[in-house]
Write a new protein. Structure first.
Length: 272
């Protein structure tokens, strides 16, 4: 079941997910590969760089798009399961497998058209299972020329932050798996630890800071989150809690929300 998600903030910029049923845009595509292989995506899956997937800033997760390379007309079907790219002039971030199928992996950045589609069940199943589907029909040359002209006339996105939506203290639930019933907990700050030991619920450790921030935002309904760097990975943790029972309650909420790999960790400050 696709989830739209709430507005979320990355790098001071607010993004507002929407169920844009007729989404059809031209812009630039980039791709991400080995450095992110195995990291958590915004909807709680794991990124496999060989699968035909993509990241988009606002489309529901998951959703499906046709991506057309404007220089060649090659068109592929892609499953969107992540958020990004958080670069103003790019509209989609392809997996390495998708970039290879589209024929743009060697370029790094390519001009594309992205159109939301609603494929047959067998195509959805193939993409969910890590398989590609046959290439789509190539647009006629006159249509490709029109797409290129539209891209040339497209105004460059402003490099300023957008106003925050009027939801104080309530950031994105991008994965769409945290219960609305827990939303009221966001505005109540967690009490500081009363003992020397602090308990946390560690949900994941990923290689991309922006992905970690997105995932942390989606967990605000469970408890106060923090993101920190350790051993080359960005850890997403809920807490701190001053006692183990409180941490166990947060762990149960996280797992109920779909984060089955969440676990409790502790921090003990060094002696004075």
């Amino acid at each position: 079941m696709p989830k739209v998600g709430r507005p979320y903030q990355i790098g001071g910029v607010w993004y507002v997910p929407a169920d844009a049923v007729n989404y059809d845009e031209v812009g630039l595509a980039s791709w991400y590969g080995p450095n992110f292989h195995g990291a958590a995506t915004a909807n709680g899956e794991y990124y496999d760089m060989g699968w035909i997937t993509a990241a988009h800033k606002t489309l529901p997760l998951p959703s499906y798009v046709e991506v057309t390379a404007l220089d060649t007309g090659r068109t592929i079907l892609v499953r969107v399961n992540d958020r990004g790219p958080f670069v103003a002039d790019r509209i989609i971030d392809l997996s390495k497998g998708a970039a290879q199928q589209l024929g743009v992996a060697a370029k790094g950045v390519a001009r594309v058209r992205v159109r939301r589609v609603y494929p047959a069940d067998h195509d959805r199943l193939a993409l969910r299972s890590g398989r590609s589907v046959p290439l789509r029909s190539t647009p006629p040359s006159v249509q490709l020329a029109a797409f290129k002209q539209k891209l040339m006339e497209k105004p460059r996105p402003p490099l300023v932050t957008t106003p925050a939506p009027q939801q104080p203290g309530r950031l994105a639930d991008l994965a769409g798996i945290i219960s609305e019933a827990r939303a009221a907990e966001i505005d109540a700050p967690t009490a500081p630890p009363t003992t020397a030991r602090s308990w946390y619920v560690q949900v994941a450790a990923v290689s991309r800071q922006d992905s970690a921030q997105v995932l942390a935002a989606s967990l605000n309904a469970v408890g106060r989150t923090r993101v920190d760097l350790a051993g080359g990975l960005w850890r997403i943790r809920i807490g701190p809690y001053g006692d183990e029972p409180s941490a166990l309650a947060a762990l149960a909420r996280a797992r109920a929300g779909g984060y089955q790999d969440a676990r409790i960790v502790t921090d003990v400050p060094p002696p004075p």
